[in-house]
Design a protein around this ligand. Structure first.
Ligand code: MN
Ligand code: MN
Length: 296
């Protein structure tokens, strides 16, 4: 179990991430730059004394995850876009990871958006210590099928440990037969993705989000300085050039990818280009009933 002090950090990160998600979803609108929304969301998280657990993901339509705007990104939201805002705050390594979906100016995909929300909120009603992991997936899939959609089977929720966003247990979005049970003291993110497509994602082109793969002595002192900055600022969490307060961060990121020090995450695209919605909360498995740390 977490100590009171650890729990207060987890709760703070959760509250900040939740407010950042709400802010991001409110800012989305026709003609608005994705760049501005990402900067506002991350600026809010930092202004509350938290670090970024990962860059603000703004994934549109058939892109399920891992899009974040680049340094000079001019892309704007268009009418009819289905927009997933997924953001994370961290306080001394304790993370709040949360996501929601909004549609820009239309209501064509309201039932798709409701399906992932209902799946997440259904799970929140029963999840706790002793819950079999496959029962979470079963509930998610049942909600989606009832609503006429499919879960994305190769995307899943995850356990979160201090400074480790994807640690240990995976939480499936279908019944994967995993009869292991959640244990008191765990932190998990549960994130159903609903689609009207195939129900899987495939790797698209590389996106702007990177992680540190390994440490390596770099010949160029400026590159070494950038690496030390990124490690100090983002620790072991994913990051992107846009979130760096460092001159020519984009150039350094590209260079470190070439040297095999950083690795970029591919965009995750629905395999049949179906529309995708996502809802996510972080849960502290306190006892028989979990505490949701990222509620509004
Ligand atoms: Mn997330
Ligand atoms: Mn997550």
């Amino acid at each position: 179990m977490l100590t009171e002090e650890e729990l207060s950090k987890l709760r703070k990160a959760g509250q900040v991430a939740s407010a950042a998600r709400t802010l991001g979803m409110e800012l989305v609108g026709e003609g608005v730059k994705l760049f501005n929304v990402a900067q506002e969301v991350e600026g809010y998280i930092r202004s509350k004394g938290c670090g970024l657990a990962f860059p603000c993901n703004i994934s549109i339509n058939e892109i399920a995850a891992h899009y974040t705007p680049s340094v000079n990104d001019e892309k704007v939201f268009e009418k009819g876009d289905v927009v997933k805002i997924d953001c994370g705050a961290e306080m001394d390594g304790f993370v709040g990871d949360t996501a929601g979906t909004v549609e820009v100016g239309t209501k064509r995909y309201r039932s798709l958006i409701e399906a992932s929300k209902r799946a997440r909120d259904t799970v929140a009603e029963f999840v706790g210590a002793g819950t079999a992991i496959c029962d979470i997936g079963r509930a998610v899939e049942m909600c989606m099928v009832q609503d006429g959609f499919k879960p994305i089977k190769n995307l899943c929720g995850h356990q979160i440990k201090p400074y480790n966003l994807h640690a240990g247990v995976s939480i499936p979005n279908y019944n994967d037969g995993n009869t292991n049970r959640l244990v008191a003291g765990m932190v998990v993110a549960i994130e159903p993705f609903a689609t009207d497509g195939e129900g899987t994602v495939s790797n698209g082109p590389p996106g702007n989000i990177v992680r540190i793969l390994r440490e390596k002595k770099l010949g160029d002192p400026k590159a070494q300085e950038f690496f030390e900055y990124a490690k100090g600022e983002f620790k072991s969490f994913p990051f992107c050039a846009r979130s760096c307060d460092f001159p020519e961060a984009e150039k350094h990121v590209k260079n470190l990818i070439r040297h095999g020090v950083l690795s970029s995450y591919a965009l995750l695209v629905e395999s049949k280009k179906g529309m995708v919605s996502q809802h996510e909360h972080t849960f502290y498995i306190a006892g028989g009933r979990a505490e949701v740390t990222t509620l509004p």
